[in-house]
Ligand binder design. Structure first.
Ligand SMILES: *[C@@H]1O[C@H](CO)[C@@H](O)[C@H](O)[C@H]1NC(C)=O
Ligand SMILES: *[C@@H]1O[C@H](CO)[C@@H](O)[C@H](O)[C@H]1NC(C)=O
Ligand SMILES: *[C@@H]1O[C@H](CO)[C@@H](O)[C@H](O)[C@H]1NC(C)=O
Ligand SMILES: *[C@@H]1O[C@H](CO)[C@@H](O)[C@H](O)[C@H]1NC(C)=O
Ligand SMILES: *[C@@H]1O[C@H](CO)[C@@H](O)[C@H](O)[C@H]1NC(C)=O
Length: 284
């Protein structure tokens, strides 16, 4: 029993490593201009075990749910890996149990063992792609924990949670992503705020500057992003500040910038950042 568990963990580490290599390779082909980590946004299916069609998904799901209910990290990890296999072929089967899956995933994310957090991030990443579950509060809670873990002391964990967040942005509608991400803009850890600022650039790159200003259905998203940018431009953290400047500079090129920015950000804050905005306007 102990040995098989150990072997499973070894296998998992190997998969993660292989995945990492593949990612480094893929990044060279990527044409994506947003700020990403040192990997591409392409999601491969080679990480959490091979892509195998499960013969009896109903039975496997039943057993997995029973394991999740035990609320132990070992059994939950086993179950969640089976659930990933199910999600690849029968995502709709998981719908009635998503709230239990959510709770289990959130609690694995909070585990103190780095490899468990990493597995949970990989699972979250795949679920963003396969299930695209944006149901609240599950989604926001999960995103909040992923963001929190971008300040984890283990570099591999930081890598994996950042990757999960990038995947989320590609697969989940921007309005949901923006809502969940901007909620963490006031986080006390500078690494988390810096991640938020990085992700905002990616979101705007994906939307495109013209759509950012012109799409009526993005009105609320635009407002949320402007408000956070206005705060970030005077943030105490260099990277956060710098990302905010980069993004504002990009958006400033649009003729509607001033109108919308002044309309969305409150006057007090506008006064406070007046100097920074003017400097940016005339900087090259
Ligand atoms: C990286 O790409 C090269 C060619 O593009 C390929 O030969 C090599 O096997 C790839 N490495 C990995 C780890 O996928
Ligand atoms: C990459 O970007 C260039 C210029 O924007 C474009 O012409 C090219 O088709 C893109 N390539 C891919 C693979 O998307
Ligand atoms: C899981 O879903 C099934 C229906 O497919 C339902 O009968 C069962 O109560 C659900 N269990 C939990 C814990 O959500
Ligand atoms: C999802 O999980 C989180 C963390 O355990 C919890 O706070 C939240 O209420 C859960 N959502 C549902 C609908 O169970
Ligand atoms: C980070 O976590 C991995 C497990 O995924 C572990 O092997 C490694 O030793 C950890 N690194 C540090 C610096 O703790």
């Amino acid at each position: 029993m102990k040995l098989s568990k150990f072997l499973n963990l070894m296998l998992l580490e190997m998969c993660i490593f292989h995945h990492y290599l593949t990612c480094i390779n893929k990044s060279k082909e990527s044409n994506f201009t947003g700020i990403m980590g040192d990997y591409s946004i392409t999601v491969e299916h080679d990480l959490l075990g091979p892509l195998e069609r499960i013969n009896n998904p109903h039975e496997v799901l039943r057993q997995s749910i029973a394991k999740l209910k035990q609320n132990q990290w070992e059994s939950s990890t086993e179950a969640i890996l089976d659930i990933i296999q199910i999600s690849r072929y029968y995502p709709e089967m998981l719908d009635p149990n998503m709230s239990l899956i959510n709770r289990s995933l959130c609690s694995l994310m909070r585990n103190t063992r780095p490899h468990i957090v990493r597995t949970a991030s990989k699972v979250a990443m795949e679920l963003f792609e396969t299930i695209k579950c944006t149901q609240r509060p599950e989604f926001d809670e999960l995103v909040a924990i992923l963001l929190q873990k971008t300040a984890h002391m283990n570099k591999s964990v930081r890598h994996d949670v950042n990757k999960a967040l990038d995947t989320m942005i590609v697969h989940i509608p921007v309005s949901h992503c923006t809502r969940a991400i901007t909620s963490a803009a006031g986080h006390k850890n500078p690494l988390v705020r810096s991640t938020v600022s990085r992700l905002l650039i990616t979101i705007v790159e994906l939307i495109g500057v013209d759509s950012f200003f012109l799409s009526l259905h993005l009105k609320d998203t635009r407002r949320k992003i402007f408000v956070v940018l206005a705060k970030f431009i005077i943030d105490g953290n260099y990277e956060t500040r710098n990302n905010a400047k980069t993004l504002i500079k990009l958006l400033m090129a649009h003729e509607d910038f001033e109108t919308f920015f002044n309309q969305d950000v409150d006057c007090k804050l506008l006064d406070k950042i007046d100097k920074q905005i003017i400097n940016l306007k005339y900087s090259t």
